[in-house]
Write a protein that binds this ligand. Structure first.
Ligand code: ADP
Ligand code: MG
Ligand code: ZN
Length: 493
C-alpha cells in the first residue's frame, strides 16, 4: 500500500483499543490439578476436567485468583467483591469442551488505567489510558498444522495448554496512535513482569494481543467502525499492523466505501492485514453463567492480604532510582526495566562509593560486553561485587578507564571475575609527581594553541591536556593526581 500523504493522514483521527491475554504462571491449571507448564510431550498434561469429559467438574485454582487480583491492582483496577464465571460457547477442535470458561458481565476487576508516555501523540507528555476490565478465563489447546509427514491432509491437536489460566485486560478505546499502543503494551508488560504473575513470553504465547482500530474524521463525535487485528506476536508487528490498518481504513473511507466490522490477521512478511472473518459471520457465543462454579467472592481482608504483596512498580522505581542514585532518566529507565536487574543494581549500589559510576559501568562497560558475547547478567564473568570493586578503584583514581577496559577484556577472555584479574595484573600506575609533571610540560609545549585557549578562559580545554598525557603514559597515569597537576601547570603557564 502506498503511504498516504501527511495532509490526508492529518484529516483522520485513529482510535485504538487493545485486548491483551496473559497466561498466569500458576503451578497448576485454572480448574484442575494438571501441571501448568509450557511445552512437554503433546497431550501429557491433561485430565478429565481440562479435556471436558462428561461429569468432570472444575474447581477454581486459588493461586490463579491471587495472581489475577495482584495484576488488577497493579493496573489500578477495582477488584469486585463478587464476580461470575460464564460459559462462552463455540466449537473448535482445540477446545474439546465446546465452551471456554470465562467471565462476561461480572468480571473480576474494572475501571483501571495505565499512564503512558506520549511525546509523539496529541498534546504530548503522559496520557492516561483507561482499562475497562480485567477478567479471568482459560486457554484452549493448540492445533498443529505443520511438522508432520501428512500435515497437508491432517491437523494434529495438543491439549497441554487447555485450561491454562489467563487474564484478559481490555483497554478503553483511548489510544490515538500506533506508537502510543506500543508504549501501552511495553508498560503493561513491564508491570506484569514486576508482579511476577506471568513471564509474558510472546514467542511462547504467554502474552497475546488483539488490536481494535478505527478511524474518524478529525473533530467527528462518533467513532468509526472498528476492525480487529488478531494475535500479532510482537509489539513491533502490532505497531506496524495498526499503522497499516489506519491507512487501509482511510483509503476505504476516501473511496466512498465503508469499513467492515471484521476480524483481520497480520502478515508480517507482507506487512499487511487481511480479512479473517466478518462480524456477521462471527459466532454468537451464547454466554450464560457457568453452572458448575459458584460466584467468586473476594472479601476485603483476603484481597488486602494479596495486595500487601504488590511490589514497587516500574514507574515509581524509575523515579526513585533517579533520585537516590543521581541517575539520568534514561539510565534509571534502563535499570528499572527489569525487576531483577534493578534489584541487583540496588543491592550493589548500597556498597559502592559512587552509585552513578557503578550504573555507568553496568550499563556501558559490562552490558556492552555481555551483549556482544550473548550473555545474560547472571552469566557474567564479572560479578556485581567485582563491578563494585572496579567502580571504587576508578572513583579513587587508582585505575584509569583505559586500564579498566583492559582488565574487563581480560576477564571476559579468561572467564574470571574482576578481582582475580586485577590482583594478577595489578596494572602499573604512575603516581610519581615528578614523572607526571615532565610529561605534562612536554604536552603543554607541544600544544600552544590549546594553551592560549585555556588562558583566554576556556578551562574545559584542560580535559584535552589530561587526555594527551594519559595517552603518553599509556593509560598508566594516576587520573586523580594527573587532573590536579594539569590544572596547576596550566594555571601557572
Ligand atoms: P466487541 O463487543 O466488538 O468485542 P468491545 O466493546 O468489547 O467490542 O471492545 C473491544 C475492544 O475494542 C476494546 O478494547 C475497546 O476499547 C475497543 N473498541 C471499541 N470500539 C472501538 C472503536 N470504534 N475503535 C477502536 N477500538 C474500539
Ligand atoms: Mg470484546
Ligand atoms: Zn487437567
Amino acid at each position: 500500500m502506498a503511504n498516504l500523504s501527511p495532509d490526508l493522514l492529518a484529516q483522520y483521527q485513529p482510535v485504538i483499543g487493545l485486548e491483551v491475554h496473559v497466561q498466569l504462571l500458576t503451578d497448576t491449571k485454572a480448574f484442575c490439578g494438571c501441571v501448568n507448564r509450557y511445552g512437554g510431550e503433546p497431550n501429557t498434561h491433561a485430565c478429565p476436567v481440562c479435556l471436558g469429559l462428561p461429569g468432570a467438574l472444575p474447581v477454581l485454582n486459588r493461586q490463579a485468583v491471587e495472581f489475577a487480583t495482584l495484576a488488577s491492582a497493579a493496573i489500578n483496577c477495582t477488584v469486585n467483591t463478587t464476580s461470575v464465571f460464564a460459559r462462552k460457547n463455540y466449537f473448535y477442535p482445540d477446545s474439546p469442551k465446546g465452551y471456554q470458561i470465562s467471565q462476561f458481565d461480572k468480571p473480576l476487576a474494572e475501571n483501571g488505567y495505565l499512564d503512558v508516555p506520549s511525546d509523539f501523540a496529541t498534546g504530548g507528555g503522559i496520557r492516561r489510558i483507561g482499562i475497562t476490565r480485567l477478567h479471568m478465563e482459560e486457554d484452549a489447546g493448540k492445533s498443529i498444522h505443520d511438522g508432520f509427514a501428512d500435515s497437508s491432509i491432517r491437523t494434529y491437536i495438543d491439549l497441554n495448554r487447555c485450561g491454562t489460566p489467563l487474564i484478559e485486560i481490555v483497554s478503553e478505546p483511548d489510544l490515538r496512535t500506533a506508537d502510543e499502543a506500543y508504549e501501552y503494551l511495553t508498560r503493561l508488560k513491564e508491570i506484569l513482569l514486576y508482579t511476577g504473575v506471568s513471564d509474558c513470553n510472546m514467542e511462547e504465547g504467554s502474552l497475546r494481543c488483539d488490536a481494535n482500530v478505527s478511524v474518524m474524521r478529525v473533530g467527528a463525535k462518533e467513532y468509526g467502525t472498528k476492525a480487529e487485528v488478531k494475535n500479532v506476536n510482537s509489539f513491533r508487528y502490532i505497531r506496524d499492523a495498526i499503522n497499516y490498518e489506519i491507512e487501509r481504513q482511510i483509503e476505504v473511507v476516501e473511496s466512498g466505501a465503508r469499513v467492515q466490522q471484521e476480524s483481520r490477521l497480520y502478515n508480517a512478511a507482507e506487512g499487511r492485514t487481511f480479512s479473517m472473518r466478518s462480524k456477521e459471520a462471527a459466532h454468537d457465543y451464547r454466554y450464560f453463567p457457568e453452572p458448575d462454579l459458584p460466584a467468586l467472592t473476594v472479601d476485603d481482608a483476603w484481597r488486602d492480604s494479596i495486595l500487601a504483596r504488590l511490589p514497587e512498580l516500574p514507574e515509581k522505581r524509575r523515579k526513585r532510582l533517579q533520585e537516590n542514585y543521581a541517575l539520568s532518566e534514561q539510565d534509571a529507565a534502563t535499570i528499572a526495566a527489569s525487576r531483577t536487574f534493578a534489584d541487583t543494581f540496588e543491592a550493589a549500589a548500597k556498597t559502592a562509593k559512587s552509585p552513578k559510576r557503578l550504573a555507568n559501568l553496568l550499563l556501558v562497560e559490562l552490558r556492552g560486553r555481555l551483549d556482544a558475547a550473548h550473555l545474560t547478567l547472571e552469566q557474567s564473568p564479572i560479578s556485581m561485587a567485582g563491578l563494585v570493586q572496579a567502580s571504587d578503584l576508578l572513583e579513587d583514581g587508582k585505575l584509569s578507564s583505559k586500564q579498566l577496559k583492559g582488565l574487563f577484556e581480560a576477564a571476559f577472555a579468561t572467564n574470571e571475575d574482576f578481582p582475580t584479574v586485577y590482583n594478577r595484573e595489578k596494572p602499573e600506575q604512575i603516581s610519581d609527581t615528578g614523572a607526571l609533571e615532565t610529561m605534562i610540560d612536554q604536552i603543554i609545549a607541544a600544544n600552544p594553541k590549546q594553551l592560549d585557549q585555556f588562558k583566554s578562559g576556556k578551562t574545559t580545554v584542560a580535559a584535552f591536556f589530561v587526555g594527551q598525557v594519559m595517552r603518553l603514559s599509556k593509560g598508566q597515569a594516576n587520573p586523580t593526581l594527573l587532573n590536579e597537576l594539569v590544572m596547576k601547570k596550566l594555571t601557572a603557564a
